[in-house]
Design a protein around this ligand. Structure first.
Ligand code: UDP
Ligand code: MG
Length: 320
């Protein structure tokens, strides 16, 4: 008998959860009918990421009437990455899916994903959007540039348009859980652990209810997480720029000495001097900033703070 766990991170989603639950039920019924009922078991783990609306109440209601549905509730908003980690950790299934609650990760793909893992030689089935319709242009553009950039400087492949929506077998889930880093970037982690992944494409769909939780600022911080988490190229960039500037300054010194010997030394050229000072100090600050980015991540990592803190959960006594 196979058990499929579905991890659903939710942050202020009281409108979306009932719609999701209904849709998911439909998919589960269809899957159970397709296979023999006794062969397939489902478990839904709703993770309340410190919501301030009725999210937790709705999760409790669902848990009361459907014992396949469990919930975890954080003490504050820890972010989607932490919610995914908590859900994976609590999962008991042989196969585990991560799915958004807003139906932008269509549950109807689940039967196909399960079939692929059962019949073909893959460890996970991941999804990506073939289009980005319904998304602001500037956001699409920035996302595309980010993926181009990060793939250039990182050895881990981070697929453009990839969703966090995927179904994994137990081996891969355990590998992901072994990566217990504090600064989490799932798209990179899924790539880093390796395993054989099949990609499914689907058309972007609009949110079922509520609003996106990602502001440009949040996306920017998220992309920094991706860069610093999976590449140290920016650090080398700092040294390369440093070497270039040193070489340049040697050449300039030579030039000025020769020029002074030939034409004497009339005092002039302060504007160029001011520009050079601005340029060089700018580059220095930039490089210090890059080092600072990595240092701050290291700092947080060495504190070994918990990735999430539970305030409530469907299992009594379940603690981190
Ligand atoms: N989410 C979360 N914590 C956060 C932000 C988002 O658990 O801090 C959840 C959210 O409830 C949703 C999923 O992550 O189920 C994806 O969020 P959203 O739909 O806002 O992102 P988008 O689809 O726009 O990328
Ligand atoms: Mg969404």
């Amino acid at each position: 008998m196979d058990k499929i766990t579905v991890v659903v991170p939710c942050w202020n989603e009281d409108e979306a959860i009932p719609i999701y639950y209904e849709e998911m039920n439909r998919v589960i019924k269809a899957m159970e009918q397709e296979t023999e009922k006794e062969e397939l078991e489902f478990e839904l783990i709703f993770v309340d990421d410190g919501s301030t609306d009725g999210t937790l109440r709705i999760m409790k209601e669902i848990n009361r009437k459907d014992d396949r549905c469990r919930y975890l509730s954080f003490s504050r908003n820890f972010g989607k990455e932490a919610a995914i980690y908590a859900g994976l950790k609590a999962s008991r299934g042989d196969y585990v899916a991560v799915m958004d609650v807003d139906l932008q990760d269509p549950p109807r793909l689940l039967p196909e994903m399960y079939r692929i893992l059962k019949e073909e030689d893959f460890d996970s089935v991941a999804t990506k959007r073939s289009t980005r319709t319904g998304e602001p242009r500037i956001r699409s553009f920035l996302s595309k540039s980010f993926y181009k950039f990060v793939n250039k400087i990182s050895k881990t492949e981070i697929v453009n348009g990839a969703r966090d929506y995927r179904l994994m077998n137990r081996k891969m889930v355990d590998a992901v859980l072994d990566m217990s880093e504090y600064n989490r970037f799932s798209k990179g982690i899924f790539g880093w652990v390796g395993f054989r992944t099949k990609w499914l494409e689907f058309e972007n769909v609009e949110r079922s209810a509520g609003e996106t939780k990602w502001s440009l600022k949040k996306l920017f911080c998220y992309s920094m997480e991706g860069i610093t988490g999976f590449s140290v190229a920016p650090l080398s960039l700092a040294s390369i720029v440093g070497v270039c500037f040193c070489l340049l300054s040697f050449l300039l010194i030579l030039l000025i000495v020769v020029r002074t010997l030939i034409w004497g030394d009339p005092v002039s050229g302060w504007p160029s001097l001011a520009c050079i000072i601005f340029l060089v100090s700018g580059v220095q600050l930039l490089c210090t900033g890059i080092v600072g980015q990595y240092l701050s991540k290291t700092y947080l990592e060495t504190k070994h703070r918990p990735i999430f803190i539970l305030r409530d959960s469907s299992e009594e006594g379940e603690k981190r």
